[in-house]
Design a protein around this ligand. Structure first.
Ligand code: FRU
Length: 460
């Protein structure tokens, strides 16, 4: 694996001195850091206070550079891929992690969590009945289904969408997930309210397997405010649903503060945004911005934990988005981060169909690197695209999740064949990335669903 090196990295301490005080008047206009520092290439590293109202734009000019070369194409998966469960569709997946973002094994068991749905419903219908299930494995690739994560009837909303699961101490676990749909009423697939929910519990393990206690007291810990993040009501009229989902909780090693990344949209009524120089960037002459591009407002959202104590994960403060895809893409899903030597590698997944009109990119993994949590992120490989699906199988993989060892897990989504679509609903081959400064690509292909722990706690 090539090492993670970034020649322009600044010492985090000195960079943090460039805080809010340096930017007294910028709050109202949500500036793009890169506008202030000139063209890419001549951009000095800039790190801002994590709560500073400074958001980087993923510009249309960036996205126009999307050009999947061989190192940025996900290898083709044969249609006879192995299936983890004959009973369940499995899609978005995340490992048990510590605050350092490392996958953690408990005793001999690697532990992962997935969105699941009965395999006998049509694959495209799975989102409206999604439930988080857990799996454990002693070899990090043959996964045993442990059951639904939450005791029946305790989760909020009408269905559970993606999240993260922390372990603190020896056995305390903290489930963060998206409560999708309102709490009341029958399950309505068109009810796309999204709130971020939390439930604490304990993990247990013995020679036979893994199980949980607690996880039965749930509360909403973050909701869209309409000021920083678009609400359901503000989103109405847009062509693709809004996001306030997919929490990922971690601790920034620089200031030891605990944060939650999630997927959001820029606040404001759908259609009220405008595509300005900041969002358009330095596009080639003749690039037209279709009027409907203004409906595309996906962002990488962030909140900080009030009190910053691993004993209380219930009070969060919404902060301005870190990266905005306004006029570029409506959904920057499942944001997560890998921090190495002061470089912050930010990852999201996105779809071809969520790109704004006039732009094209494959379903896959996109990323940025910056010298601090809130900093002048640069899109990896100039465009942001890291791994896209092959043109002959454009829906093949989705929901990539990059771990600190640069292994990337994802699920097999849908493979077109002459006899119709083959649905996956199971874990795809794990991929290994190489990362070198502001470039990243495919290093190697590993076994299906290989998600090894990087840290261990003894059997509780
Ligand atoms: C990505 C995703 C997530 C969401 C889930 C719902 O695959 O769209 O953003 O939480 O799927 O099924």
């Amino acid at each position: 694996m090539r090492s993670i090196v970034r020649t322009t990295a600044v010492a985090a301490g000195s960079a943090l001195a460039l805080g809010l005080a340096a930017l007294p008047s910028l709050a109202a206009e949500r500036p793009d850091i890169r506008d202030r520092f000139g063209p890419r290439g001549a951009t000095p590293d800039a790190v801002f206070h994590p709560s500073a109202p400074v958001t980087v734009s993923w510009t249309r000019a960036d996205a126009l550079k999307i050009d999947p070369g061989p190192e940025h194409v996900t290898p083709t998966i044969p249609t006879d891929f192995p299936i983890i469960s004959d009973d369940l569709w499995i899609w978005d997946t995340w490992p048990l992690t510590n605050l350092e973002m490392e996958p953690v094994a408990v005793g001999d068991w690697n532990v992962i969590f997935s969105l699941t749905a009965p395999r006998d419903i049509p694959f495209p219908d799975r989102h409206s009945v999604a439930e988080i299930g857990y799996f454990y494995s002693d070899d990090a690739q043959n996964w045993i289904y442990g059951g639904p994560l939450f005791p029946e009837g305790t989760a909020l909303g009408q269905r559970e969408w993606a999240g993260s699961m922390l372990i603190t101490g020896d056995d305390e676990v903290h489930a963060f997930y998206t409560a999708s749909g309102h709490d009341e009423g029958p399950n309505d697939p068109d009810d796309v309210l999204q709130r971020i929910a939390y439930a604490p519990g304990e993990i247990h393990a013995d020679d036979e397997g893994v199980w949980f206690t607690g996880l039965d007291e749930h509360e909403i810990i973050a909701e869209a405010d309409g000021r920083l993040y678009q609400t359901l009501e503000q989103s109405q009229g847009g062509p693709i649903i809004y996001a306030f989902r997919d929490p990922f909780v971690f601790r920034d090693p620089v200031n030891q503060q605990i944060y939650m990344l999630f997927s959001g949209n820029n606040a404001g009524q759908a259609g009220s945004h405008t595509c300005d120089r900041r969002e358009i960037g330095r596009v080639p002459g003749g690039h037209e911005v279709p009027a409907d591009a203004r409906y595309y407002t996906g962002n990488i959202a962030i909140a900080s934990l009030r009190g910053n104590s691993a004993d209380d994960f219930t009070e969060w403060r919404l902060l301005p988005p870190l990266i905005s895809g306004e006029c570029v893409n409506q959904q920057l899903e499942r944001p997560h981060i890998v921090i190495e030597d002061g470089n912050y590698y930010m990852w999201v997944i996105s779809h071809a169909f969520t790109f704004a009109p006039g732009l094209e990119g494959p379903d896959g993994l996109y990323g940025w690197v910056g010298p601090g949590l809130r900093s002048n992120y640069e899109p990896l490989n100039e465009s942001g695209l890291v791994l896209g699906n092959p043109p002959e199988a454009p829906l093949q993989n989705y929901s990539h999740y990059v771990m600190p060892n640069l292994l990337v897990e994802s699920f097999v989504n849908q493979i077109a064949t002459d006899d119709g679509d083959v649905y996956g609903g199971t874990l795809a081959p794990t991929l290994e990335l190489w990362v070198d400064g502001d470039e990243a690509g495919l290093e190697s292909v590993l076994p299906y669903g290989y998600i090894p722990a990087m840290a261990w706690v003894p059997e509780p």
